[in-house]
Design a protein around this ligand. Structure first.
Ligand SMILES: Nc1ncnc2c1ncn2[C@@H]1O[C@H](COP(=O)(O)OP(=O)(O)OP(=O)(O)O)[C@@H](O)[C@H]1O
Length: 486
């Protein structure tokens, strides 16, 4: 290390001597600018003072950017050792920007994006209930780096109602899909044995021992009804999940509902999550991570399976031959979209073609946008329910009426989730329809966000939590804690 520093020092000295314009040591102004970057969110006056008055002796002539460049070459382990040299080195090395770099480049088994790392560490550290941002402690990415690199990783199971996505939190994406626990065993078999069979199957597919790592399980949103029976069913499901997993010797369990996870994947802690699920669509208001069941979760009896069924019927009416529902789903995913203006799209009568592997070419015309249109006009698909935009507007009006918090307007952010929400044009059309339904005060500031990770949004939300530095202590329940609580 000293050789490296010496070399850089020599290079710097020569450059300083030979050129009067290309390289400067930190001027007072620069130092102040650096200070702002380092302590931008801090009211730690003592640290600011130390930084301005500290000295690294002869190394003071090296601009801090070059200094950081050297530390980047040295890597996190060696850099961390330098904090022990003296206070000045400690301050220089603990610079958050440096550890941001290390988190992005050295933590190679954690594919989290930088934005999601910052979001999680800033907003979710405390576990539930979430702390308001101004009460969160100042982040030290140096210690966050240390804590994150010690995490063993967790198993994540997002048990949707149609498909279950499972995988390892340190992987870039889910490694597999399976049927959900609802489809395990027969409908009469007790929930405990169905869940046990389900979890055992996933662990064996992943080829990991249940006792080796914590688990995050998502709870389907359809369990979010606010009635007493809904509450009891949800509690029973949650308890049975814990019971089964602890009986299988899983060391720690974190069970969270799908909507909240999808919200975290979009890097938000408050908003209205619209999850277009397999059978139903749920409109879930969430304030600082808490599902506002008192305000009301809207459930619309429209989901991905209805859209697939609609397209299948249309294709049959046109005497199109296809081998299985897989073909219809593939066409839906590749050719269908939501029209910005339904009537105008009808008048154009455009066509589009797609080749399904093993089946050949298919050409669709109006079905391309009619399939998605049933989300707005359910009657087109023979479904007697309200359109998605009406359900969301209803929810927003309720939120506004119930609002008693300082977080004004949190419900104006609409976060889409679920595979069907990937339909092109859906966020734009939803935005347009909502604006036509809402009062100007509600429309102002409205934002409709496309699904952060499509059908895998909840899985990625779970990944955001499980790779967080405080995951074990603040988000998980251990067997002992569970037994004590029970
Ligand atoms: N790009 C796409 N366009 C349209 N539909 C899509 C797209 N990608 C996936 N889907 C559809 O999304 C559906 C699966 O959605 P998803 O995996 O979110 O359901 P799920 O998680 O099982 O549902 P739930 O939220 O009820 O648990 C499938 O029908 C699939 O065809």
């Amino acid at each position: 290390m000293s050789i490296l520093l010496k070399k850089v020092w020599e290079t710097m000295s020569t450059r300083l001597l030979s050129s009067s314009s290309t390289c400067y040591s930190d001027t007072d102004d620069q130092r102040k600018r650096n200070l702002d970057l380092m302590y931008e969110e801090s009211d730690d006056l003592y640290n600011k003072y130390c930084y301005l008055t500290s000295t690294t002796g002869a190394f003071d002539k090296i601009p801090s950017d070059i200094f950081h460049q050297i530390l980047k070459f040295l890597g996190p382990k060696e850099s961390a050792k330098l904090t022990l040299v003296c206070k000045s080195w400690n301050l220089l090395v603990s610079d958050n920007r440096l550890w941001v770099f290390f988190l992005q480049n050295y933590n190679t088994h954690d594919y989290s994006t930088w934005d999601s790392i910052v979001f999680a560490e800033k907003h979710l550290r405390s576990g539930y209930p979430l702390l308001p941002p101004h009460q969160s402690p100042r982040l030290s990415f140096m210690s966050i780096y240390g804590q994150r690199s010690e995490l063993t990783g967790s198993v994540i199971i997002d048990g949707g109602t149609g498909y279950c996505k499972f995988g390892w939190s340190k992987y870039a994406s889910p490694s597999g899909r399976s049927a959900t626990f609802l489809e395990f065993g027969n409908i009469e078999s007790p929930m405990y044995s169905r869940l046990r069979h389900f979890f055992a199957t996933i662990y064996s597919r992943m080829q990991v021992k249940p006792s080796g790592q914590p688990i995050i399980v998502s709870i389907p949103i359809s369990q979010s009804h606010g009635t007493d029976s809904g509450k009891a069913a949800r509690r029973q499901l949650k308890e049975t999940i814990h019971q089964v997993l602890f009986d299988m010797n899983v060391p720690a369990v974190c069970a969270i509902n799908q909507a909240t996870l999808a919200l975290y994947a979009a890097r938000r802690t408050s908003g209205i999550v619209v999850n277009i699920g397999f059978n139903v669509t749920s409109v879930v208001p969430i304030l600082r991570g808490k599902v506002m069941r008192d305000v009301g979760v809207e459930v619309v009896e429209l989901g991905a399976s209805k859209l697939t069924g609609f397209l299948k019927e249309k294709m049959q009416q046109k005497n199109m031959r296809f081998g299985s529902l897989y073909t219809v789903r593939t066409l839906k995913e590749n050719l269908c979209y939501v029209a910005a203006d339904y009537e105008e799209a009808l008048s154009k009568n455009k066509q589009a073609s797609f080749k399904v592997a093993g089946e050949g070419w298919f050409t669709l015309s109006n079905e391309c946008f009619q399939t998605g249109e049933i989300l707005f006009q359910p009657q087109l698909g023979g479904v007697n329910t309200i359109g998605l935009h009406h359900a969301i507007a209803l929810c927003m009006n309720r939120c506004q009426a119930a609002e008693a918090t300082v977080d004004g307007g949190w419900f104006k952010t609409v976060v889409l989730a679920g595979g069907t929400a990937c339909l092109l044009g859906l966020p734009e059309r939803l935005d347009k329809e909502l604006r036509s339904l809402l009062t100007p005060s509600l429309s102002e500031g409205l934002r409709v966000l496309p699904p952060a990770y499509g059908a895998e949004s909840a899985w990625f939300g779970a990944k955001t939590i499980s790779n967080m530095s405080t995951f074990g202590e603040t988000w998980c329940v251990t067997k002992k804690q569970f037994r004590r609580k029970s």
